[in-house]
Design a protein. Structure first.
Length: 292
């Protein structure tokens, strides 16, 4: 018997669109680009040859169109893994649930989701301007811990090695960090041989969780130093951002392909930042559009 999704689980608006994104199943292409900034949706879509829809709801802006014959949807997620939980679950529902019968489709529709954003570099080889592909993503947010199959989707050995290295006990960085691999096929196709491949930490905040200190002292002032020094199986932590782990984890649990690629706009090791990055991120946008 097919599973039925009640209205309290799958909220469909009166116009037939899904609750937060306010888009309908026919609006979603198989190739999806996710950006954090709602204003960046228009920048990505400015390269489209045709446009089917342009829908805004809260921080979620969606445009679907074509680029060099490829049908692509670009969606803004806002900031944080909590918003990724909303966006990825709703995109999956739009692709794989019949909104008329509230039952799962007979045939699974796989999406390719590429997050395109900005990040903070953590190594000497990730200076400002570097493009980093998140081969692995580590979530400090704990989101994936609420889903069945979390352990099977994660690199448990990497997680334990990292926690031991950091010396975290008790309430330090609770809940438990999780580590997920991105789609290897997407990493090869998008990253090719001209992007740095590394391990990205998705933090639950921009300040304390990323080792920034303003008026409130940090619980572990040595956190970033220890993160930079960590190595496991010849892999290092390359950058901080705030969404990649939830995207990689949820996509893996749902059967979709996903990856994150970011441009470094600050290097925490060198204490340098580029606040004028919006003038240069279009290079990354065009690169992803060509390769997705």
């Amino acid at each position: 018997m097919k599973k039925t999704f009640p209205s309290s689980q799958l909220i469909i608006n009166e116009d037939g669109s899904i609750f937060h994104l306010h888009i309908k199943p026919e609006h979603v292409a198989a190739k999806v680009i996710l950006v954090g900034d709602p204003g960046r949706v228009a920048l990505v879509a400015s390269h489209f040859e045709t446009t089917e829809c342009n829908i805004s709801s809260r921080e979620f802006n969606t445009i679907t169109g074509t680029y060099k014959g490829k049908r692509i949807t670009v969606v803004s997620t806002g900031i944080g893994c909590d918003n990724i939980d909303i966006v990825v679950n709703e995109l999956d529902a739009l692709a794989n649930i019949d909104f008329q019968t509230r039952t799962e489709h007979e045939n699974f529709r796989q999406l390719e989701m590429v997050r395109l954003g900005t990040c903070g570099g953590l190594q000497p080889f990730t200076p400002v301007g570097t493009f980093v592909c998140s081969q692995k993503s580590m979530g400090f947010d704990g989101l994936l811990n609420f889903y069945a199959g979390r352990d099977e989707a994660c690199d448990l050995e990497f997680e334990e090695a990292f926690i031991k290295h950091m010396g975290w006990t008790g309430s330090m960085c609770q809940p438990h960090p999780y580590v997920v691999d991105a789609s290897a096929e997407l990493i090869d196709r998008i990253g090719k041989d001209d992007m740095v491949r590394g391990v990205t930490i998705a933090c639950g905040g921009f300040y304390g969780p990323q080792g920034r200190q303003l008026r409130v002292p940090l619980r572990d002032p040595e956190q970033n130093h220890k993160i930079v020094e960590f190595k496991h199986n010849n892999m290092q932590i390359t950058n901080f951002e705030m969404e990649s782990s939830a995207l990689a984890g949820l996509a893996k649990l749902m059967g979709h392909k996903a990856m994150t690629v970011c441009m470094v706009i600050a290097n925490r090791l060198k204490e340098e930042a580029n606040t004028g990055y919006k003038n240069t991120i279009d290079v990354l946008i065009k690169t992803v559009l060509d390769r997705i």
